[in-house]
Structure formats: C-alpha cells, structure tokens
Design a binder for this molecule. Structure first.
Ligand code: PLP
Length: 386
C-alpha cells in the first residue's frame, strides 16, 4: 500500500534521468519529453549552466532568511524588471503563492476586494487562488470560497464590461489559458481589457505562471500585445525545476507591501536565486527567444500540414512553444500508446492535446514528435469512422 495521498492520476512510469528534451525511465526506455514537467524544465533536463550555478551555490550557503541582504535576489529582480513592465519583485515558491501575493497586494493597495477572472482560467489551488480559478472541478468540495471573485467568459468584452466598476480592485488574466485548454486571448480583447482597467482605475494582473519566462517566444506573453500590466506573476520555468515563484509589480504599488505585510520563509532563498539567475541569463540572452518563436511557428505549421484535414482535429492553436490541438473527442486515450512509442505529451481537459516541449527542443525532435503524434491522431480518426 502506498503511503501517499492519492490526489494524482499518476502514469505508470518513473523517470530516472534526463538530458535536454529526453528522459529515460527506470527500465531504460527513452522518451521525448513534450511535457517539460508541465511547462517547468524549459531549458531541458540537466542543463549544464543551470546545474553548475546550483552546484556552486550548494557549496556556499543554502538558506538564509529574508532578514538578511541577499544580493542574488537583487540580481534576479533586476533581470525580471528589465524585461517586464514591473519595477519591484517579491519572491515566493510557486505559482499559487505568486498569485496569492498578487491578490493580497491588489486588495491592500486599492482597499477593494472584487477581482474579475475568467471562465476556464486556472490560478492555483490555495483557497484564494482556487476561488479565483474559473473551473468548477477545481473548486468542488472546498466551499465556501472567497466570494469576491467574479468569473466572466474569456475573450468576451461585453461580459467583462458589465462587471467592471469602481468597486473592482483588479482583473486577473492569463494571456493564453493553459490548464483551461490552451486558449489564446485575442488581440482586440487583451487591448480592451487594459483600456477598461485604466478607465475605471482597476489593476491589471497577468498570470504568467505558465506563459512566462520565454514559453511563448517573448519574456512574458503579454508582450505580444501592446499592454503594460500592473502586476505579473511567474513561477514554473523560472527555476527550471527548482521551486521558485515571483510577483513583479509597478513602482506605484510597492509602498502597499511594507515591512510585516507579506512574506514567506523560503521565498527567494540562495539556492532558488542562483538557479533563477542562471535560467534568466540564458532565456533573456540575445537571440534565444527569436529561436523559440521560430521553433513555435515551425511546430504549429508542421502540425497544420500533417493534421489540417484530419476529421478528428477541430483546430490547432497557441503561441510559441505552447500548443493545443483541440479535437472532436476525448484524447487521454492517446497518451499510453504515444508513451509506448517514446513520446510524452499532456492534455488540457478532455479534448485538447497540449504540447509544452522544452524551449531548447531541436527541429529534428519536433519532426519526430509531430510524426508520432500525427500517426496516432490519424489512427484515432480512422477508428472513429468505423
Ligand atoms: N497559474 C497558472 C496559469 C498555472 O498554469 C498554474 C499551474 O499550472 C498555477 C497558476 C499554479 O501554479 P503552482 O502549481 O506552481 O502553484
């Protein structure tokens, strides 16, 4: 009998080691990893520079509390603010914690508590962030929730405008909804959200936990649109597997989080910061994100070429290396057979295949994954006809 809570539907597979976009299981089988630990190991497994940075820090000091000066935090914060609309950073340990911090900051700064989020959104599983999440399955059994979150349909400006008023503290949005089905926000919608936030004096929070740190081919996905959010949250790819989260905010909000208002024991500890510093140095380096955008286009066009006319596929969508293939039927049954052929992929909901390859994936690896995936989906389409 396992001594673990059974709160995950685990695959019958244990990873023993990894290198780049490949992992090897405990039986010695090799897989192409298009899951990246759900958008985390963006620089691939065992990245030499990230590993060296962590190893170097391991020999110096692991943890000191936030009562001390931590120069590495300054360095990581400077990289994050240089590449975003923010001016100051608060470090924590996960995406949910980054969103918790954003929710608390928005409430404290505005002295209001209504926050608008979107149907199908996902913001985490703490009490505040599951209340913020626009999916019933995440909330089920955990009521009563924080009642001041209002969910409106995504990409629907009329529905949003009906809820926006002077009592609203913030709008919290994913630029591409990840867990909710890889749904990209459309250009006009995203622009209008910002415009209306400005009109009513509402804070704009972008949840970049999954889309940030280069996943979509820009440092943060909101940068595909001409907007300047008040608060940005980040986690997942920031530590490439080392747990770390961050909330980045504009100057005007800084004074609302003075000493004693918010904090965490581990947030921003030297091990996390050494790792994040090495990750950001690589991701924000000249040319790296152009290459990601280029490979994202290549993946999307390869999938469209292979699966464009397939009756099982409704549409293929996404940004950069965050791609969803929306299908007409359930897709979880594809996962075991693809695993057997050496490809690890994800789903988002019942009918969307989700691909999150590492940002360092090669075009050859993309070709291999697309070939395996297209064969499997075409077989599924044929089977559905019989
Ligand atoms: N926000 C978004 C957009 C996410 O995709 C996730 C996790 O999938 C979270 C928040 C929660 O992050 P964590 O699991 O690190 O708490």
């Amino acid at each position: 009998m396992s001594n673990l809570f059974q709160n995950y539907n685990r695959w019958n597979l244990e990873i023993d080691s990894g290198e780049g976009a490949k992992v090897i299981d405990t039986n010695g089988n090799e897989y192409l990893d298009f899951t990246s630990g759900i958008g985390v190991t963006n620089l691939g497994h065992n990245h030499p520079k990230v590993k060296a940075a962590l190893q170097q820090q391991l020999d110096k000091v692991w943890h000191v509390s936030n009562l001390f000066e931590i120069e590495l935090q300054e360095r990581v914060a400077s990289r994050l603010t240089k590449h975003s609309s923010g001016d100051a950073v608060l470090f924590c340990n996960s995406g949910a914690e980054a969103n918790e911090a954003a929710i608390k900051l928005a409430r404290k700064h505005t002295d209001k508590h209504k926050i608008i989020t979107f149907e199908q959104s996902f913001h985490g599983r703490t009490m505040a962030t599951l209340s913020a999440t626009g999916q019933e399955k995440v909330k089920h059994g955990f009521g009563p929730q924080l009642e001041t979150f209002v969910h409106v349909p995504y990409n629907d400006i009329d529905a949003l405008s009906k809820e926006m008023d002077v009592y609203t503290a913030a709008v919290m949005i994913e630029i591409v909804q990840g867990e909710g089905g890889v749904n990209p926000g459309n250009e006009q919608f995203i622009q209008k959200v910002e415009e209306m936030c400005m009109e009513y004096g509402i804070l704009l929070i972008v949840d970049e936990v999954q889309t940030g740190i280069g996943r979509t081919g820009k440092p943060f996905a909101y940068q595909h649109h001409n907007i300047s959010p008040d608060i940005i949250t980040s986690a997942k790819g920031l530590g490439n597997g080392f747990p770390v989260g961050a909330m980045i905010s504009k100057q005007a909000l800084i004074e609302s989080f003075g000493p004693g208002t918010h904090g965490t024991t581990f947030g921003g500890n030297p091990l996390a910061m050494a790792t994040a510093d090495a990750v950001l140095k690589i991701v924000f380096d000249e040319g790296f994100l152009d290459d990601v955008a280029n490979k994202g286009d290549y993946l999307l066009s390869s999938l469209e070429k292979e699966l464009g006319g397939c009756s099982f596929v409704e549409n293929i969508r996404g940004k950069g290396l965050m791609i969803g293939i929306a299908c007409t039927g359930e897709v979880t049954s594809l996962l075991p057979s693809l695993r057997q052929k050496g490809l690890l992929i994800l789903v988002a909901g019942q009918k969307v295949i989700r691909l999150l390859p590492p940002l360092i994936v090669s075009k050859q690896e993309i070709d291999k994954a697309v070939g395996l995936l297209a064969d499997e989906i075409r077989s599924k389409a044929e089977a559905a006809k019989v």
